[in-house]
Design a protein around this ligand. Structure first.
Ligand SMILES: NC(=O)c1ccc[n+]([C@@H]2O[C@H](COP(=O)([O-])OP(=O)(O)OC[C@H]3O[C@@H](n4cnc5c(N)ncnc54)[C@H](O)[C@@H]3O)[C@@H](O)[C@H]2O)c1
Ligand SMILES: O=P(O)(O)OC[C@H](O)CO
Length: 335
């Protein structure tokens, strides 16, 4: 039987552990807080992140990383992106020799501008063949009701993606494989930034034309950055590209979109942060995405104004004026 451990009892870590367990994978959740772990292990409920959701009785939980990782084929990582490096360094001594490390995270590391799979290879000291990522339009608020959804599992090693696909595939949760790790990770991280922009526009009371324009030009930004980093352009037309972008930019369940909407309505950054209970990765990653773009000489005007509004005191109105006053250009070469 395939064995997995999921690090992180937040909304996605818990939900993905539920999916793995329901797919017949022997699964353990690792969490920091004893009371949450205790509730998952004894009452089959995560009262902090998924109150009222019945988790599979077969799902185990522990606070001990060594116990959690014993014999694991997949070590799944679902902590906030900016905490991955420190956490993984602490967990590394317990990693089973042949385990595959799986990232569920949609962020880019601040300071280094590294993708999560790059951080994993560096900190765990494993080759890229032992790393996989899972990304797609996977809003937890729908998955916990077992509403149909699909995702992408990506790795450079097709044997790894086949095993991971089997470990998490369910009648209501379709996992597709892809070899393009770079594209799949970029799609997930940058759509959060575009969802912030769409949220700001919605909060300002702007309509569907603006939202559609931001999503489309946002996809152009994702694709340009992807091209510079060697991603497969087809990935961005898929679930981890357009699919995830559409879900986050249109759903009231998206934390990034909601965060932007609050800013667009006139809430201050401090008020917006206080109103956000869960991880909205784009808030931090917009800066590292912009750094990455600048390192590779890629123009990302929507990302630039998101950084301006979230971190540099730019007003939503100033951001809109900046985007609208850009030089007219052909769509195809819209840089
Ligand atoms: N929720 C979704 O719909 C969803 C879907 C797909 C991908 N993701 C991605 O999954 C990742 C995790 O998101 P989430 O939704 O589970 O977030 P969350 O905010 O619901 O949970 C984060 C978890 O990390 C823990 N945590 C916080 N700081 C920590 C630290 N310093 N060290 C260790 N643990 C810490 C929290 O206690 C919590 O258990 C993010 O990168 C997110 O973009 C989320
Ligand atoms: O709530 P968001 O904005 O972090 O989006 C959640 C997931 O990334 C959707 O797949």
């Amino acid at each position: 039987m395939t064995k997995a451990v999921v690090f992180g009892t937040g909304s996605w870590g818990t939900t993905f552990a539920m999916i793995l367990a329901e797919a017949g994978t022997s699964t353990t959740l690792w969490g920091r807080r004893a009371e949450v772990v205790e509730a998952i292990a004894r009452r089959h409920e995560n009262p902090e992140y998924l109150p009222g959701v019945a988790l599979p009785p077969s799902l185990r939980a522990t606070t001990d990383p060594a116990e959690a990782m014993e014999g694991a084929d997949f070590v799944v990582l679902a902590v906030p992106s900016q905490t991955l490096r420190g956490n993984l360094a602490a967990w590394r001594p317990h990693l089973p020799d042949h385990a595959v490390l799986v990232s569920l995270m949609k962020g880019i590391e601040l300071r280094t501008s590294k993708r999560m799979s790059e951080v994993i290879c560096e900190v765990a000291g494993v080759p890229e063949e032992r790393v996989a990522v899972v990304s797609g339009p996977n809003l937890v608020g729908e998955l916990i009701r077992r509403e149909p959804a699909a995702t992408v599992v990506a790795s450079v090693d097709e044997k790894v993606t086949a095993r991971l696909q089997e470990a998490c595939h369910l009648p209501w949760f379709r996992a597709y494989t892809n070899a393009d790790v770079v594209g799949v990770e970029l799609g997930g991280a940058v759509k959060n930034v575009i969802a912030l922009a769409v949220g700001v526009a919605a909060g300002m009371g702007l309509g569907d034309n603006v939202r559609a324009t931001l999503m489309t030009r946002g996809l152009a930004e994702i694709s340009r950055l992807g091209a510079a980093l060697g991603a497969d352009p087809h990935t961005f037309a898929g679930l981890a590209g357009m699919g995830d972008l559409v879900a986050s930019c249109t759903s009231p369940l998206s934390r990034n979109r909601t965060f932007g909407e609050n800013l667009g309505r006139g809430m201050t950054l401090a008020e917006t942060i206080a109103a956000t209970r869960q991880t909205a990765e784009g808030v931090k990653s917009c800066e590292s995405v912009l750094d990455l773009a600048r390192k590779h000489d890629v123009e990302m005007p929507i990302t630039e104004v998101v950084v301006g509004v979230v971190h540099d005191g730019m007003t939503p109105r100033e951001a809109a004026m900046l985007l609208l006053s850009r030089t007219p250009k052909p769509e195809r070469y819209g840089v």
